[in-house]
Design a protein around this ligand. Structure first.
Ligand code: F6R
Length: 206
């Protein structure tokens, strides 16, 4: 079970995985994927949806079975039932083996935004100003960025057997330092990763 992220950071990783799959070096035939997050209110075939992102960058190009790929449904009639359904799915397949993560400028992982406490379960989150601004680069204007998302919570991330945090760009240096060497606090959500027993960080801070 592979936990996956969207955003600019893992695009190169997905390109490499596609290439290796085509070359027969990586096989997705028995892989189940579970994505971290999805915007609320966006259809899955909307180009801005994270489902669309994953199909375009990975799923459409490898031998994964589409029915084994999970992304939260941001258009669910009842979002709290959808969150529960998503956690049930993660638990049913025995949790995440390898969780791929990026980090936001505010220290978010998935869409676990800075707050007063670490939220364990999959939940609906209101996106903070920094996140809306950062994500507006994919939209015509900041007003078009959905203000809410569904995100996997800290429990599933922290229970993953391995976590791989990818960090790209000098603009992430400050937050990466805080996350890895600062106090463990929900104000820097990624700081919880200091407690993970098997965390690998790959960063390119240029
Ligand atoms: C998206 C996700 C986010 C991103 C983070 C960094 O699924 O989980 O936490 O990893 O916002 O985004 P980029 O890579 O675009 O800088």
């Amino acid at each position: 079970m592979l936990g996956l992220a969207t955003g600019s950071t893992p695009i190169g990783t997905y390109e490499k995985l596609v290439k290796q799959n085509v070359e027969g070096k990586v096989d997705f035939a028995h892989v189940i994927t579970i994505n971290l997050d999805e915007y609320v209110g966006i259809e899955k075939n909307n180009e801005q949806s994270y489902r669309y992102f994953m199909n375009t960058h990975l799923f459409n190009h490898v031998n994964v079975s589409m029915q084994n790929t999970y992304v939260p449904n941001g258009k669910a009639d009842d979002l709290s039932i959808e969150c529960q359904r998503y956690d049930d799915k993660i638990n049913k397949v025995g949790g995440i083996d390898l969780q791929l993560l990026g980090i936001g400028h505010n220290g978010h992982i998935g869409f676990n935004e800075p707050g007063e406490y670490f939220e364990g379960n999959t939940h609906v989150v209101s996106l903070g100003k920094t996140t809306l601004e950062a994500n507006s680069r994919f939209f015509a204007s900041i007003e078009e960025v959905p203000t809410q998302a569904i995100t996997v919570g800290m429990q599933a991330i922290m229970q993953a057997k391995k976590v791989l945090l990818l960090v790209n760009g000098v603009d992430k240096e400050f937050i990466l330092n805080k996350a890895l060497y600062g106090p463990i606090t929900p104000k820097v959500p990624a700081s919880i990763l200091q407690l993970h027993p098997d965390l690998t960080v790959i960063c390119c801070l240029e």
